[in-house]
Design a protein around this ligand. Structure first.
Ligand SMILES: [Zn+2]
Length: 423
């Protein structure tokens, strides 16, 4: 498919396949004006884009990323590929290199990648330890302003609950979220003795401010890591009325069936949404030098969905010590999610996991190919799901507000001027 849509006010994507249905889509003035069964309606003089049964997708939403960490790999590679090494390597690089200019340039690079691939909303976590929050949050707020109308951006602070009560920590986070943030508070939960006190403190602040919550949860194979249950208990006990999104929850898959079922039931009751990060989990979890991994690292996502929990997948890290690869491409995340998590049989059941579900978790309008919606869509060459997931769809055409984007993913040499990033 090689074409460029002119800036016409009105055109028809004819005989497109929207998952399992063949339709004609009429675009008028940047919005979807009609979606009808293929051939059912005559749209007159509108220019036609013949798609011959190829799949058209709505725009993507990426609910869990780390734009502040992205692309530091060349100067901060993970020497062992393990989780603990990732944490230590990022901490050293953050202390040495994360100036406003450095964070802003890497963030910009990732946003250009995501935009070119068809993503229209992103939530990022921002490392919020010590003075770094005072650097990263204003950089994020400037990016949010710059990308307005192209990518809707949200930020959640990120720090371990073990440092919550260190002098100044929570006050700084509160101030940064208040001034530059997204009505969103977050942290990494660990099985520390003061976990409940920390959760109550975070929930309390979110309640006072009317903020939502986003946690990094149980990113480990250790079945004794059970902070997910503690978060659900806290939400239920406090009758928390905001939204809660939790990421990872890897240990849930390693627990005995009864524990897992009890926790999932609580998560469902508390209305907590779960985002799985399949590529990063498979990279980090169950990695030991010289030993072949025995599990894929991902949470019990099917069981969560079956229990009525809002479930989704997302990018997580890109070319940093937590994940050596990644390109902010939600179609790659979906493709890898299908393979790692078995998001097929039928694959259409999980199509919401890269768009509508993360949008709901982020309080955004779900991207939909429906009348009245912005004409934000991704045209592919694929005619069915094996064609869709067999290839990277590098030749996809991203349409935003009815216009084909001219954007391509940036060249890596755009990062070369940053300290230590030229190969
Ligand atoms: Zn993460």
């Amino acid at each position: 498919m090689s074409f460029r849509l002119a800036r016409t006010a009105r055109w028809v994507a004819a005989d497109a396949r929207v998952l399992d249905t063949r339709v004609d889509i009429l675009v008028d003035d940047g919005r979807i004006a009609a979606v009808v069964p293929s051939g059912a309606q005559d749209f007159g003089e509108a220019p036609r884009l013949p798609l011959a049964g190829r799949i058209v997708l709505p725009a993507f939403v990426d609910a869990h990323t780390h734009l502040d960490k992205g692309h530091i790999w060349p100067r901060a590679p993970n020497a062992t590929g393990e989780f603990a090494t990732a944490i230590a390597t990022v901490a050293a690089d953050r202390a040495a290199n994360w100036s406003a200019q450095d964070v802003a340039a890497r963030m910009e690079f990732s946003l250009q990648c995501a935009y070119a691939r068809g993503t229209r909303a992103i939530r990022t976590h921002l490392d919020s330890l010590g003075d770094q929050s005072r650097i990263s949050f204003p950089v994020f707020a400037a990016a949010r302003e710059r990308w307005k109308g192209r990518i809707e951006l949200q930020a959640s602070p990120l720090f371990g609950v073990d440092v919550l009560f260190e002098p100044g920590q929570l006050q700084t986070v509160e101030q940064m979220v208040e001034t530059h943030g997204s009505k969103l508070l977050g942290a990494v939960t660990y099985m520390i003795p003061g976990l409940q006190e920390a959760l109550d403190c975070l929930f309390g602040l979110a309640e006072r401010k009317g903020w939502d919550l986003d946690f990094h949860v149980d990113e480990t194979a250790d079945p004794e890591a059970r902070t997910l249950g503690a978060i659900a208990d806290t939400a239920l006990a406090r009758k928390f009325s905001g939204k809660i999104l939790v990421g990872h929850c890897c240990s849930l898959a390693q627990q005995d069936e009864r524990t897992r079922e009890e926790t999932i039931a609580k998560v469902a009751r508390a209305g907590i949404a779960v985002v799985s990060l399949p590529m990063c989990n498979m990279f980090l979890q169950d990695r030991r030098a010289g030993r072949t991994p025995r599990w894929r690292g991902v949470t019990a996502l099917h069981e969560l969905k079956a229990a009525g929990v809002e479930t989704m997948i997302a990018s997580d890290n890109t070319r940093d010590p937590f994940y050596a690869y990644g390109d902010m491409d939600m179609l790659e995340v979906w493709r890898e999610g299908v393979r790692i998590l078995h998001l097929d049989y039928p694959f259409a059941d999980w199509a919401d996991a890269v768009g509508a579900a993360p949008a709901r978790a982020m309080r955004l309008d779900p991207p939909r190919l429906a009348v009245g919606e912005p004409a934000d869509m991704i045209l592919t060459q694929a005619r069915d799901f094996t064609e869709l997931f067999a290839r990277p769809q590098s030749d996809r055409v991203v349409i935003r507000d009815g216009v084909a984007l001219d954007a391509a993913p940036p060249s890596y040499n755009q990062l070369d001027s940053l300290k230590g990033l030229a190969p």
